[in-house]
Design a protein around this ligand. Sequence first.
Ligand code: NDP
Length: 292
Amino acid sequence: MENEITGKTRLAGLYALPARHSFSPMMHTTSFQETGVDAVYLSFDVPPEKLGTSIQAIRDLEMLGVNLSMPHKMAAVQYVDELSQAARLIGAINTIVNQDGKLIGHTTDGIGCMESLKQNQINVIGNKITIIGAGGAATAIITQAAIDGVAAIDVFNIKDDFYQKVEPKLTEIAKETQCKIELHDLANEQRLAESLAASCLLINATSIGMAPNTDQIPLPDVKLLRKDLAVFDVIYHPGETQLLHEAKKVGAKAVNGLGMLLYQGAAAFELWTGKKMPTELIQPLLEKEIKK
Ligand code: NDP
């Protein structure tokens, strides 16, 4: 399709604060052009007090929908008409789809992680995994993994105020999905060693190791890594965290968070358009943007 704005061009966008640093406008507008969808995607700095009216604008302006990022993922839930199963369990959304004025809230971060694992031939369905962190990214991954059929998930987090808050949420996810989910104190090294010994995958869902703190690692001892324990890190900057570096050293599969970022966008794109995002085209563009 020619890169032309017409009277029929539809709008999608990102509501966040700040929003202008996002890779999503490049990802989605390129994909619209490539797949012949007459739409554009723009970033909007939306302050919390304007979130409700901005979401109403999706209906009023007949937008395709939006993505939501910090600080709106939880607050936006109250303004939509329906939630996907994962969004309801998590209590947060990162995508709104406008179905003829009815707004459906979805969460695609977990879908992005699961798709990235699949693309890297890491089979977790029916198996046990260990995840470090219990924040936004972690909860999205845990929920989608449980829905998709991962048998057991051991979650390790620092025992702080947040720990108590996340426990009932994990219980609820476990109850609805029949996945065995246990929350443990990250300081319990013995328990962590036992969990990893029984797991096929370790996920780092914390920001430990993210630039500029690239020398940090979320494990107490790299001896816990082994060849048949795949490692997934939600971090994509740097492209290889210390954790992934150590995993590669023992011959394990080591995957960074770039695929999760790509496929969460691809899932939103498909929800809006019914079309597959041309991920083979977008991935190198994303890699280039991240290196800038
Ligand atoms: P949150 O703040 O919601 O969660 C962070 C988690 O990390 C919490 O469980 C927190 O524990 C834990 N944590 C933070 N610092 C430490 C530490 N020093 N030691 C142990 N645990 C720690 O953040 P998000 O979940 O939104 O983001 C986490 C990471 O995931 C970020 O690096 C982000 O960039 C990345 N991300 C990647 C995505 C992708 O597509 N690849 C998508 C979304 C996020 P507590 O709260 O108890 O302190």
